[in-house]
Design a protein around this ligand. Structure first.
Ligand code: FAD
Ligand code: NAI
Length: 484
């Protein structure tokens, strides 16, 4: 028997579940189809479990390395990895259960099964009790992405791990080799190092986080990784491996010469690919680009007018908050609201230690965008009272603004709580705020947030808590009159 809905969402990750809830709030009859887990990659094998592991490792690091200065004598700390894994799983489970409750509470019909298109009007779903047909006025494809592997390194989740296997280790490995120094490689590599693993990273590029972070931000991260004894190899490509006993020996091309690396596990984190090959999208006439991302317009509509795509499957950046933003947008479009994707910036955060966060343009992008004069204000966490009392003084807040208008173009943070501090910067960029808006907003003391205010003041030439060279006459900024 065929079921009929206004909107059917496929995939219950942060794109899909948010879309289904918002559509239901707006009065639609909605179904969501999920093959594996409510909350998708993010809540089950991505954002949430990785952040749980990162917070545990940070806790251990603080106890081991920061408590003595405060006068505590703490004996040797033992880690029960089994207990840490169960705690991490309980955090994910709590969040995923919450998603189920929200879907139920909003009267979304939940169907557990694997969906594929039969046509642009009919979806077939394989459930534990057979196959059913689902019809809807509109469909939303939110089926996400999966880890990318490299030739010769198929994931077995025993020796060669994807992020999923790496987040689920039963024991702390003695030594790991991470292939790919991007978001996941750095986050997982950093927390494993704190738990006691020897970590080596092979990165294909000639720097870390190229194109995502400012070079001075990368310097801070690199310095800290080295301090934690994480070895970095650039222009390094893993070619193959042999396993002998407990050891895996990887052969890699590093800057043109062959080198061997030995480890007990290899983690491959070289990006993710969209799950667009798994749903028979061609039967529905939905087009994908050469990288496999579904082609969408500014309303996230695919080449078929009744089918939408959101989240990782609809393209970069592959981030949970972008997926959720698109989910709300599509639900509102489907309910007759006039919405398009017009966000000026999607914040990016990398949960290394210290954290990295950015919004808007980098200095290079400002130049490429044609801004002739850029004002740069930088304020170090070392000059912030709260950061000093937290013993977390590495890094800075850097604000880039147009010298003429003082409009904030980009904010780049490396330092404590960068992930939380960046929201104020995102609002500034979205609203077209000027340096004065940040500098004249009273920020509570003592807080890390004061660094944002002082970085804006630095760009204006008058941060109080650092010694600033006077701005040259040419660069001196004219005060902007407040509009009445
Ligand atoms: P997904 O979360 O991938 O959900 C898609 C869902 O669709 C899945 O549940 C899947 O089972 C289901 N599905 C697929 N095919 C079918 C089908 N045919 N039928 C039925 N169901 C189907 N992003 C951040 O913003 N912050 C972070 O800190 C962060 N950390 C991450 C850490 C790791 C280790 C990883 C791997 C990713 C991380 N991400 C993070 C990225 C984030 O997880 C993704 O951007 C986000 O999950 C994308 O959401 P989505 O809804 O598009 O897809
Ligand atoms: P990534 O794209 O962030 O990084 C991949 C890295 O691997 C790059 O530095 C690239 O140069 C390198 N690389 C590519 N091929 C290589 C090869 N053959 N050998 C060595 N290095 C190679 O991809 P990652 O880390 O897998 O993460 C996937 C996505 O998941 C991210 O792009 C991001 O969208 C999302 N994510 C977001 C997080 C967050 O918001 N904090 C955390 C984790 C993931």
């Amino acid at each position: 028997m065929s079921q009929k809905f206004d909107t059917v969402v496929v995939g219950a990750g942060p794109g899909g579940y948010v879309c289904a809830i918002r559509a239901a709030q707006l009065g639609q009859k909605v179904a969501i189809i999920e093959r594996e887990y409510y909350g998708g990659v993010c809540l089950n094998v991505g954002c949430i479990p990785s952040k749980a592991m990162i917070s545990a490792a940070k806790f251990l690091d603080q106890v081991q390395n920061q408590s003595e200065a405060m006068g505590f004598t703490i004996g040797s700390v033992k880690l029960d990895m089994g207990q840490l894994k169960s705690w991490k799983d309980s955090v994910s489970k709590k969040m995923a259960n919450g998603v189920e409750q929200l879907l139920k509470g909003n009267k979304v019909t939940m169907i557990m099964g694997k969906a594929h298109f039969e046509s642009d009007q009919i979806l077939k779903v394989k459930t534990s009790s057979g196959e059913e047909s689902i019809e809807a006025k509109n469909f939303v494809v939110a089926t996400g992405s999966r880890p990318l592997s490299i030739p010769g390194f198929d994931f077995d989740e025993k020796n060669i791990l994807s992020s999923t296997g790496a987040l689920d280790l039963e024991k702390v490995p003695k030594k790991i080799l991470v292939v790919g120094g991007g978001y996941i490689g750095l986050e997982i590599g950093s927390y494993l190092a704190k738990l006691g693993t020897e970590v080596e990273i092979l990165e294909a590029g000639d720097t870390l986080l190229s194109g995502i972070c400012e070079p001075d931000v990368v310097q801070v991260i690199e310095r800290k990784l080295k301090k934690k004894a994480i070895k970095l190899h650039y222009k390094a490509f893993a070619k193959g491996y042999v396993k002998s006993g407990k050891n895996i020996t990887v052969t890699a091309d590093v800057k043109g010469s062959s080198q061997e690396f030995t480890a007990d596990k290899v983690i491959v984190t070289v990006g993710r690919k969209p799950n667009s090959d798994e749903m028979n999208l061609s039967a529905a006439g939905v087009e994908v680009n050469p990288l496999g991302f579904v082609k969408v317009d500014k309303q996230m509509r695919t080449s078929k007018s009744n089918i939408f795509a959101i989240g990782d499957i609809a393209g970069q950046p592959m981030l949970a908050h972008k997926a959720s933003h698109e989910g709300v947008l599509v639900a509102e479009v489907l309910s007759g609201q006039n919405r398009v994707f017009d966000a000026k910036t999607v914040p990016a955060v990398i949960f290394t230690d210290p954290e990295v966060a950015s919004v808007g343009l980098t200095e290079k992008q400002c130049v490429e965008a044609g801004y002739e004069n850029i004002s740069v204000g930088k304020f170090p966490f070392g000059a912030n009272g709260k950061a000093v009392s937290l013993q977390q003084t590495e890094g800075f807040v850097k604000i880039l603004a147009d010298s003429e208008s003082h409009v904030v173009l980009g904010v780049h943070i490396v330092g404590p709580q960068a992930s939380n501090l960046i929201s104020e910067a995102a609002l500034a960029v979205e609203m077209g705020a000027r340096l004065e808006d940040l500098a004249l907003t009273i920020h509570p003391h003592p807080t890390l947030g004061e660094t944002m205010m002082e970085a804006a003041e630095a760009a204006l030439g008058h941060a109080v808590h650092i010694i600033q060279k006077p701005l040259s006459h040419k660069k001196k900024l004219q005060p902007q009159p407040a509009e009445l």
